[in-house]
Ligand binder design. Structure first.
Ligand SMILES: [Zn+2]
Length: 219
């Protein structure tokens, strides 16, 4: 509906809540929803690359990422931290699987990837299939949580410290998640490892570092 037609009918044109182009406006009757612009609702997360670059991180944008996804994100209330369980060598050898999916699960499998060098790969702006069933899908489900697949074998499956991860990758992981939290207003308590969010308990083991240490680093 055109903004003028909306107003004429007693509604209020409101941007950012439509499941289409993020410059379009919806006609909302009654009072406006109290949604700050930093809390995306039913939209593609087209700001991801700029958010990470703004934190001084090295970013590679995968062609087509701004329109890639299983429809829009309902919101961003959580961030779920993963490892790829991919090959033992290479910068981001899991890119194709994360972008395109597997025979049993279509891609994208996460919005973001993190290579061993600490470089971020922006893969999708829409909903991505990374979380599966979680203990609270309104916070950690695919429609409401950003997924990050960091390259790592996941071995050994040792959850203490981050000693099995390249320091540069670990530091970049922390810095990037901090930037996403600030941009979308996600509290540190809503940053979970997949192993913490997934149900039933024990369904997932990633990431194989201490999430308590990770959250402590987020501040
Ligand atoms: Zn995972």
């Amino acid at each position: 509906m055109e903004p003028t037609a909306c107003t004429a009918n007693g509604g209020t044109p409101y941007p950012g809540i439509c499941p289409d182009a993020d410059n379009s406006q919806c006609c909302k009757s009654g009072t406006l929803p109290t949604v700050p612009s930093s809390k995306p609702i039913n939209t593609m997360l087209t700001g991801l690359a700029d958010i990470l670059r703004g934190a001084g991180l090295n970013v590679v944008e995968e062609e087509g990422w701004k329109t890639r996804g299983h429809s829009v994100m309902s919101s961003v209330k959580g961030i779920v931290v993963h490892h790829t369980a991919g090959p033992a060598t290479g910068e981001y050898p899991s890119l194709k699987i994360v972008r395109d999916g597997r025979s049993d699960l279509p891609g994208p499998l996460s919005q973001l990837g993190l290579g061993r060098s600490g470089t971020w790969y922006v893969i999708a702006a829409g909903k991505s299939y990374h979380a599966g069933s979680t203990k609270d899908d309104t916070l950690f489900g695919n429609a409401n949580a950003i997924g990050i697949e960091a390259e790592g074998t996941g071995l050994p499956a040792d959850n203490s410290s981050h000693k099995n991860w390249p320091e540069v990758q670990w530091q970049s992981y922390v810095r990037g998640v901090k930037a996403l939290q600030a941009a979308y207003g996600v509290p540190t308590s809503n940053v979970l490892g997949h192993k913490e969010a997934a149900v039933p308990a024990g369904r997932k083991i990633d990431p194989n570092f201490s999430m308590d240490e990770f959250r402590a680093a987020l501040g």
